[in-house]
Design a protein around this ligand. Structure first.
Ligand code: TPP
Length: 395
């Protein structure tokens, strides 16, 4: 017999209560209101500063070092993927360069049995989550909707329709809770996509049903050529949670320590059954929107240069060297690991694949609609006709 909603809710509350670690108090002493300025532990040069709030403990240097290692591997993956577009081996690539602390730091805060809902921009996060880099790039090569198994990896396909993944995240997180599990969902979104209705619906649903979702906005200042000031008049995107009763915070997204501290606490809060959290990470997209975009048409080189000086990796390297956790030898080891991974990626991406056109119709619906079946047949007929035409020419 199907469990009643009341019984499922009771089970979910019990699981959440059991999961609640004692040290999880209100993450934000100010209630729903985010800090007046972005939370940071490092200044722009990588030196420790007094935190703007005492709501967060600094992460351990072990975690910070691991974050740095993954960021080194992630950045090398990113430059390799961009190179593959120039070699005709990738159809399109939206670079993560400059956003490594956001992506790696956030993903480090979730467990393998948690869910992750990435956008097209978040390939470095997927690699950091341990997904095979070639499977990460399958979508962007145009071979399939998704190269990895979303159920096995508990990672949704990279989402291109803006903000739709947030509704999936809210639904999955709520479902986990109803089934008495303490898994959370981490969902990424860009600044531009916060103008989509789906963003607001997802926040509202998650707040009302206390779904354990951590919404992370990577505010990189631009939605292709649309700057943030044309996107919103809000003082910070984090404020958008307040109207829905979602606790929110804003963070320096180029400070890996701050990302680890705040997203870590947000995940613990959601896991403890206290509802969703909205975290805005202030960062910058260092490259064009994708390899198909020319960013010099809408932003100045002075702006890009100003952000280059706040590079998340250089700041982290300065910090780790200052506390004696990184030296030239260890840095060279990480660089070699990244280089080896890039060489292996290059080798594998240079192998030809043989994707079947009809496969794009698979895994769209559990039961294909009549319209989808018609479209599939149309594509197969076109391919047959093309083959016949070519055979005629050769004859
Ligand atoms: C529903 C929808 N509308 C429009 C687009 C076209 N589009 C693709 S990316 C993009 C900009 C998104 O900017 P942002 O959310 O800031 O993310 P970023 O690319 O900067 O990471 C737009 C408008 C789309 N993919 N989906």
């Amino acid at each position: 017999m199907a469990p009643t909603r009341k019984a499922a809710d009771a089970r979910a509350s019990k699981a959440a209560a059991q999961a609640a670690p004692e040290h999880v108090e209100a993450p934000f002493q100010r209630g729903l209101i985010p800090a007046a300025s972005p939370v940071c532990f490092l200044d722009e040069h990588g030196h420790r500063v007094e935190p703007v709030t005492d709501d967060y403990d600094a992460p351990s240097d072990d975690d910070v070092l691991e974050c740095y290692r993954r960021m080194v591997v992630g950045r090398r993956f990113d430059t390799q993927a961009t190179a593959l577009t120039k070699q005709g081996r990738l159809a399109v690539y939206p670079s993560s360069r400059g956003q490594e602390a956001c992506q790696v730091g956030s993903v480090m805060c979730i467990r393998p049995d948690d869910w992750f809902f990435p956008t097209y921009r978040d390939s470095v996060a997927l690699v950091s989550r341990g997904i095979d880099p070639v499977e990460v790039l399958t979508l962007l090569r145009g071979d399939a909707h998704c190269g990895y198994d979303p159920a096995a990896t508990r990672t949704a396909a990279q989402c291109t329709p803006l903000a739709t993944q947030l509704l999936h995240a809210a639904g999955v997180a709520y479902g986990e809770r109803r089934q008495g599990r303490d898994s959370v969902a981490l969902a990424f979104i860009g600044d531009g996509a916060t103008s989509e209705g789906d963003f607001h619906e997802a926040l509202n649903f998650a707040a009302v049903f206390r779904a354990p979702v951590v919404f992370v906005v990577q505010n990189n200042g631009w939605a292709i050529s649309v700057p943030l000031e044309k996107q919103t008049a809000a003082p910070s995107l984090a404020y958008k949670g307040i109207g829905y009763g979602v606790v929110c915070e804003q963070v320096d997204g180029n400070d890996a320590l701050a990302v680890l501290a705040v997203v870590g606490k947000a995940v613990a809060w959601a896991r403890a059954g206290r509802g969703p959290v909205l975290v805005e990470l202030h960062t910058y997209r260092m490259e064009a929107h994708t390899n198909a975009d020319d960013e010099t048409r809408y932003r100045t080189s002075e702006e890009v240069e100003a952000w280059r000086l706040k590079d998340p990796m250089e700041r982290l390297e300065t910090y780790l060297r200052s506390v004696g956790r990184l030296d030239d030898e260890l840095a060279a080891t990480y660089a070699q690991e990244a280089e080896d991974a890039a060489a292996e990626l290059r080798r594998r991406m240079n192998e030809d694949t043989d994707p079947q056109a009809s496969s794009m119709f698979e895994h769209v619906y559990a039961r294909p609609t009549a319209q989808l079946a018609d479209q599939r047949q149309m594509v197969l007929d076109e391919i047959d006709a093309e083959r016949d035409a070519l055979a005629g020419k050769d004859a």
